[in-house]
Design a protein around this ligand. Structure first.
Ligand code: GDP
Length: 446
């Protein structure tokens, strides 16, 4: 079962409850059973599933006793929270590289896990955020490793360092890091060699490279398709290389991804990114809330806004408005402009509520991009007052819709679609605001 199916099944189970006229014990039990089955089929450890079911049941029962509660809302929120809990590593401190100083990031992992590919993805990720990034190939074990890194780095225009002649990986790693340090690189990513199995030799080499380059952060790259076995592999590596974070690769379309994430969470090491494809941009930062939002297809506007923030794009007041539960047509226009500037639309579209994500899946990237531009064009034809409104004045005076359609060379249906899209964003804004207000301090503010 791929993750999208898991999300769909959980959603269906919860929808059954919200559709029922009476929410009694048997309706809740059926939902709990279906959610548990879906999670187990997605390779989540049975002990974790039993635990989640018990907690969920307890939470729903405790909440329903309070006077005046909306039982359906409580169930929806409890499911969301418990799923977050399942994949969340609490108390973990996540490393954040600082500008204007050297941050060395060392990668470890088994051969084939996706280390070299992920090094380049992470380099590109930080480069897009204004860091000066270099990559060092300390894999002298596998023939062709340097060529692979070189090829990836050249394609992504990232400076690299490696050697065809030196066979000592510790020496190459040290030289590379020193060279980039002298040239005031802010992030230096060191790719180390992998092995087919967890061998003594490999662990010894990792320790030596670690001592030579003194990484600020060591990241273990783990293939998500191994599912629950991820926990044991992470533990074996942890004994020798004290890594602080994990990147799970091959999360695209893998049935066992859910199992890998919950297994890693149980091992108390934070997952910082997930790899979702072979392309250079197929890397997504990971937080439990964003992951669960996406899994359940409820959009992740908060994540999108944060994404926009790190890219230093046009902000206006959109983020502030969104956090206050407002969303005008102008906000929609500015966010759409940002989205077009942000690169691969497919990654971004998944963060959006209903309409756009579906559009992306149905008509593909190019067509979605075209439709986006038409929507922006529609908003360009609106007056200042219209743009700063919630769109209700179009409903009061439908002639405005006709005027805008004519002015932008589009159709009435397309203008209406823009208004609908704003409504969806506004609803998301309101939900996010409500959720944050209902949560204890510190939660819900990714
Ligand atoms: P390394 O031996 O650990 O350095 O692994 P590589 O970087 O050479 O990757 C091994 C294979 O996995 C390559 O074919 C990559 O294209 C592929 N790969 C890496 N990350 C992902 C991912 O997130 N999704 C998919 N589908 N393939 C990936």
């Amino acid at each position: 079962m791929v993750l999208a199916d898991l999300g769909r099944r959980i959603n269906n189970a919860v929808s059954e409850v919200t559709r029922s006229n009476v929410v009694d014990q048997s309706v809740v039990d059926t939902m709990l059973k279906e959610i548990s089955n879906a999670l187990m089929e997605a390779d989540v450890d049975i002990k974790l599933v039993i635990q989640l079911r018990k907690k969920l049941k307890g939470k729903i029962e405790a909440e329903e006793e309070k006077p005046g509660v909306n039982k359906k809302k409580i169930i929806q929120k409890a499911v969301f929270d418990e799923l977050c809990d399942l994949v969340d590593v609490k108390e973990a401190e996540v490393f954040k590289p600082k500008k204007k100083q050297t941050n060395v990031i060392m990668f470890v992992g088994l051969q084939g896990a996706g280390k070299t590919t992920t090094c380049t993805k992470l380099a590109v990720y930080y480069q897009r955020r204004g860091f000066k990034v270099g990559m060092v190939c300390a894999d002298t074990f596998r023939a062709g490793a340097f060529d692979q890194l070189k090829q990836n780095a050249t394609k992504a225009r990232i400076p690299y360092f490696g050697s065809y002649t030196e066979s000592d990986p510790v020496k190459v790693a040290h030289e590379g890091v020193e060279k980039f340090k002298k040239e005031k690189f802010e992030i230096i990513i060191v790719d180390t060699s992998g092995r087919h199995r967890q061998e003594e030799e490999l662990f010894k080499e990792m320790v030596e490279i670690g001592e030579a380059v003194k990484p600020n952060q060591t990241i273990m790259v783990l293939d998500a398709s191994i599912g629950q076995a991820a926990e044991a592999q992470a533990r074996a590596f942890k004994e020798s290389s004290n890594f602080g974070a994990i990147i799970l690769t091959k999360m695209d379309g893998h049935a066992k991804g859910g199992g890998a994430i919950s297994a890693v969470a149980a091992s108390k090491t934070p997952i910082v990114f997930i790899g979702t494809g072979e392309h250079i941009h197929d890397l997504e930062s990971f937080t439990a809330k964003q992951f669960v939002s996406k899994l359940l297809g409820i959009g992740d506007i908060q994540g999108l806004m944060e994404h926009v923030k790190t890219l230093n794009l046009d902000q206006n007041d959109s983020i502030k408005n969104f956090q206050e539960g407002k969303f005008t047509l102008r906000d929609l226009q500015s966010q759409m402009n940002n989205i077009l500037k942000m690169g691969p639309l497919s990654k971004i579209a998944q963060m959006l509520p209903g309409g756009i994500g579906d559009m992306m899946n149905q008509v593909g990237e190019e067509e979605t991009s075209k439709r986006f531009k038409r929507m922006i064009c529609i908003m360009d034809s609106m007056t200042k007052t219209e743009l700063d409104s919630d769109g209700s004045l179009f409903i009061d005076e439908p002639s405005r819709i006709i005027r805008v359609a004519r002015g932008s060379g589009t159709s009435v249906t397309e203008v209406e679609a823009v208004l609908l899209q704003r409504n969806m964003f506004a609803r998301m804004a309101q939900t996010t605001k409500n959720m944050q207000q209902n949560m204890p301090p510190g939660m819900g503010k990714n």
